[in-house]
Design a protein around this ligand. Structure first.
Ligand SMILES: [Zn+2]
Length: 311
């Protein structure tokens, strides 16, 4: 029986936490997340004129960013940023603790599009050689934590798993996909994390074996998910959890919303302009003596008079 408790949120703009439990005691054994951000990708990509291969990668990065951020406790911004020497030089996506997302990709327009098929973004062919950085910026306390991995796997998830392997004690597996269908963009990432065995009393051998068994079964079931299932607008994240993990006592928690929301404003842009050196500011002046600033993320255009400049 599907128990849908998250029908108050768009299924394609949410992060759904769930867990898989010991069928006898109800003890959580595996923690999971599904980030379904097709609606967010749709509105973000609508403002950029990316070719299909670049858009696929951007959409997938948005889903992965939302998914990974939900495993962290932070009060600020989580960022995924890749730098490469290929067609795309910068891939960027970030999310605040409230679910506000942004993203952009800087790519060389004179390079040939990378052949991509539905659901597969072809990360190494698009980015070339480079690295991916995962950063947590704590707004209030000023703390900043960054993990950096090489871009040497065939998929986005390889970079994410390398990051987990470096930074987390817990075994983690993750997958993601993106695609443009009849209903617009779909972009989904899913992860599973083995919950640490309770400390204190020594767990008995049978419990450890059962936990091992549940973890391996869960990983196998996740690996069996088809891209069409991950990306189907007909299947909500709740339904996907029960469909995939029905034999492992799945429980879903309230989902969290994700939205397309930039954080730029007049004051921030003015503050940047004020810091410009006079010669750099001169280069930005239009014929009418004003400066047009376009936000890289949301494409909002703001025009300034030169009196905002320092000196
Ligand atoms: Zn903006």
């Amino acid at each position: 029986m599907d128990i849908v408790i998250n029908d108050n949120l768009r299924p394609d703009a949410q992060i759904l936490p769930f867990y898989l439990a010991d069928e006898h005691t109800g003890t959580p054994l595996v923690r999971g997340r599904i980030a379904s951000v097709g609606h967010v990708a749709d509105t973000i990509l609508a403002r950029h004129n990316y070719p299909q291969d670049v858009a696929l990668l951007q959409a997938e990065a948005l889903a992965m960013t939302a998914c990974l951020s939900s495993t962290l406790k932070f009060d600020g911004i989580f960022t995924l940023q890749a730098k490469g020497d290929g067609r795309a030089r910068t891939l960027f996506a970030d999310i605040t603790e409230t679910g506000a997302m942004r993203g952009y990709t800087a790519f060389a327009e004179d390079t040939a599009a990378v052949v991509s098929v539905y659901g597969v973004s072809n990360l190494p062919q698009i980015m070339g050689t480079g690295y991916m950085a995962f950063t947590v910026d704590e707004g209030a306390t000023g703390g900043r934590y960054q993990g950096i991995v090489e871009l040497d796997g065939p998929e986005l998830r390889d970079a994410a798993m390398a990051w987990f392997a470096n930074s987390e004690q817990l075994e983690t597996t993750v997958t993601s996909a993106s695609g443009l269908g009849d209903d617009g963009w779909q972009a989904t990432a899913m992860m599973l994390q083995r919950i640490a065995t309770e400390g204190g009393k020594n767990p008995n051998k049978a419990d450890i074996e059962m936990h091992d068994d549940v973890w391996h079964t869960a990983k196998t079931l996740m690996a069996s998910v088809k891209q069409t299932e991950l990306l189907s607008p007909e299947i909500t994240p709740d339904q996907l959890v029960f469909r995939l993990f029905n034999t492992l006592s799945p429980h879903v928690a309230p989902a969290r919303p994700v939205m397309d929301e930039c954080r730029c404003n007049m004051e921030k842009v003015e503050a940047i302009l004020k810091q410009l050196k006079p010669e750099d500011a001169d280069d930005l002046l239009d014929d009418d003596g004003t400066i047009l600033v376009t936000c890289e993320f949301c494409k909002t255009e703001r025009r300034f008079d030169t009196d905002v400049l320092a000196g």
